[in-house]
Design a binder for this molecule. Structure first.
Ligand code: SF4
Ligand code: SF4
Length: 325
């Protein structure tokens, strides 16, 4: 059973948790990073200086009660959409959703997704696609920080799990449980409406909420026939077949396992790569629509470079638990 954590305990959490992920050591372990974009560095600075200090806050001692958990969830979701969420769902946190060594006391994750702009992925990888990844990390960060402030104003403690870097929970399995979509061959979630080009962040809390459920929209079955991402992956990191030894996804399918020892070195040298996302053909014409009226292509121009040597094993990587639901 989950114990309600007090605000003073919350303020101690960063000190109790292991140190932040050593990104520089990680980049060195995969042969170094050659992405130097001033806009990216500026957004990273803003996230660190303007957003990190707002991860914790004061909880209103007057607790707002709701008639039911469904009503509470509805209020939280409405606020998340008002704050710019493209999708929001609620899942219960299980031990397999927590990074090794991290402590999570909360029961629920409110998972929030925000779409990246298709118009910035007309050429990949590129300066524009790299900046767009970071831009959404920032704007989605604002959404989850302000959603956390709203939850505290209702009298419930909560913790921000920012979309970038060093979170305590794994957003992807939580989002799958929260009904965001299905896991594509390229290792990213494909949402039936937003496609694969979105980022994830979460707020975790013990506030009593109604859970959402995984969906079966036929996406995984489509992936079994389509190999577009695999064909265009310059590092040959996307698999031909599912891997029974990697455990099951939420629909009971064996998982596709992306070879991170091939992907990460390429990603670190080529503007965060991301080729596998805009080439994904699932429901392509719908999610790629630009409702602001910008003229866009239906398929991006792709810059394929010779991949660096695979790094195996990747040293100092995050530990991902085996999924067996
Ligand atoms: S990010 Fe690039 S290298 Fe990595 S899996 Fe996608 S296409 Fe392949
Ligand atoms: S490109 Fe095709 S195989 Fe790859 S994730 Fe998208 S739908 Fe699945």
């Amino acid at each position: 059973m989950h114990r309600q954590i007090t605000p003073s305990e919350h303020s101690m959490l960063p000190a109790q948790s292991p140190p932040a992920f050593a990104w520089e050591a990680w980049y060195q372990s995969i042969g170094g990073r050659s992405i130097h974009i001033s806009e990216v560095d500026e957004i990273l600075r803003q996230i660190k200086e303007l957003q990190y200090p707002r991860f914790v806050g004061t909880v209103n001692p007057h607790v707002t009660t709701f008639a039911s958990m469904a009503e509470a969830s509805e209020a939280i979701k409405a606020k998340a959409f008002e704050l710019g969420a493209g999708e929001v769902g609620i899942a219960e946190i299980e031990p397999t959703d927590i990074y090794q060594g991290r402590r999570v006391y909360e029961k629920y994750a409110i998972v929030v997704g925000q779409q990246m702009l298709w118009r910035q992925f007309q050429n990949v990888p590129s300066h524009d696609s790299a900046v767009e990844c970071l831009r959404v990390y920032y704007t989605l960060g604002e959404t989850v920080i302000q959603l956390a402030e709203f939850i505290r104003s209702l009298g419930y403690p909560c913790v921000v799990e920012h979309p970038i870097g060093d979170s305590d929970v794994l957003h992807v399995p939580l989002a799958l449980k929260a009904g965001f979509g299905e896991l594509g061959r390229h290792g990213s979630i494909i949402h039936p409406r937003m496609g694969p080009m979105f980022r994830l962040g979460s707020v975790i809390t013990d506030m009593p909420l109604q859970l959402d459920h995984p969906i079966d929209a036929g996406i995984a079955a489509f992936c079994d026939k389509c190999k577009a991402c695999r064909i265009y992956c310059p590092a040959k990191a996307i698999p031909d077949h599912r891997s029974p030894e990697a455990g099951k996804d939420h629909l009971g399918n064996d998982r596709y396992v992306v070879d991170t020892g091939r992907c990460f070195p390429y990603f670190a040298k080529h503007n965060y790569c991301s080729i596998c996302l805009p080439v994904c053909v699932y429901h392509h014409k719908e999610w790629a629509r630009d409702f602001a009226g910008y003229k866009t292509k239906l398929f991006p121009d792709i810059d394929l470079q010779e991949p660096p040597a695979p790094v195996d094993p990747v040293i100092a990587k995050h530990w991902y638990p085996k999924l067996n639901r």
